[in-house]
Write a protein that binds this ligand. Structure first.
Ligand code: PRT
Ligand code: ZN
Length: 304
């Protein structure tokens, strides 16, 4: 069921070539995923004509229009073909049972759907929930978890403010999203079980007509290049020629490091790509081998 929007929405694409309208991408209008979603699109070369004060905003650089929606509605719009693809939390996708539409995990909006109980309560595994009232905005995921563990509990569905339910006597435990854990802590709750790790994902209609499918593939190619770049750093350093082999062994690069002689006799410049995680460790080790003038920079895109 698609909620009514106060704008004219072009119906699903007609015809095999689907030329009726640009590729339509749904993004959360205002919320935790909005900024990172728009940043990812910008990194992929998709600039928007105006700000999201409007619900449907054309891109200036690609044949794409962005439809700004509540995250809960994005799945329905994509499933029904009113949008071709959308960015939203994996938690919502799984709750709505549209997992098969996921085409990429995006690495931001990370959180987890967890069970929590009052700090003093005993918890010895899922069986401890038997006969208790558990408050959540994720009734289907919670029901599936309880069923997997053969536990009968009373699922109390709430729209929001789940974390206060135990304190006001509405529930004995909760099942809610957690990122830093500070909301649970400040409500006297203790996280006891992760039901689902989550991050933002890109979903797409499986039956896209060829031009829209090509556009989706372009977008995926660019997302992959941006994601690969965020995992690595570019390192440049000067090293005594005698140390080049030992230093090169520490810097595998995309294929192998670039080594160039310096004007200074007996010295070389080495350039390479290293993992972002552990880059300090590499810096310590190349310094120990005599490297100087070490520069480490971020990379925008890596096309393998
Ligand atoms: O208006 P709309 O329906 O679009 O937005 P919304 O209010 O439903 O969603 P929003 O913007 O709050 O969250 C959108 C998505 O962000 C979620 O579906 C998750 O995929 C992701 N996300 C990541 C989170 C969190 N982190 C998060 N911490 N969503 C919610 N929270 C809440 C959580 O519910 C709890 O209240 O933050 C609190 C816990 O945070 P910590 O840091 O105290 O643990
Ligand atoms: Zn929502």
């Amino acid at each position: 069921m698609i909620p009514t929007l106060p704008i004219p929405i072009t119906p699903p694409r007609q015809g095999a070539e689907g030329t009726a309208r640009p590729f339509r991408l749904a993004v959360q209008k205002r919320g935790r995923l909005t900024d990172d979603s728009l940043q990812l699109l910008r990194d992929c070369g998709l600039d928007l004509a105006t700000h999201q004060a409007r619900l449907l905003v054309p891109a200036t650089t690609m044949p794409v229009e962005v439809l700004f929606l509540r995250d809960d509605d994005i799945g329905d719009y994509v499933r029904s073909g009113v949008a071709d693809a959308g960015l939203l939390g994996e938690n919502v996708v799984h709750e709505q049972g549209t997992d098969s539409l996921i085409v990429r995990r995006l690495g931001f909006g990370r959180c987890r759907l967890s069970l929590a109980v009052p700090r003093g309560a005993v918890y010895d595994g899922p069986a401890s929930l038997a006969g208790l009232r558990v408050a959540t905005t994720y009734p289907r995921l919670l029901a599936a978890f309880l069923e997997r563990h053969g536990v009968q509990a009373d699922i109390h569905e709430l729209r929001g403010s789940v974390e206060v339910a135990p304190a006001i006597g509405l529930a004995d435990a909760i099942c809610d999203l957690v990122s830093s854990g500070s909301t649970l802590f400040s409500n006297g709750l203790r996280e006891v079980e992760t039901i689902l790790p989550s991050q933002a994902v890109l979903i797409a209609r499986p039956d896209l007509p060829p031009p829209a499918e090509r556009l989706l593939q372009t977008l995926l190619f660019r997302i992959d290049a941006v994601q690969r770049a965020s995992d690595v750093r570019y390192i440049l350093l000067n090293a005594p020629t005698a140390s080049v082999d030992a230093i090169s062994a520490l810097l595998p690069g995309l294929q192998s490091p670039t080594v160039m002689p310096l004007a200074r006799q007996g010295w070389c410049s080495i350039h390479s790509v290293i993992p972002a995680d552990g880059s300090w460790d590499i810096i310590d080790r190349v310094r120990a081998l005599g490297a100087e003038g070490i520069l480490v920079t971020t990379i925008e895109k890596v096309v393998a």
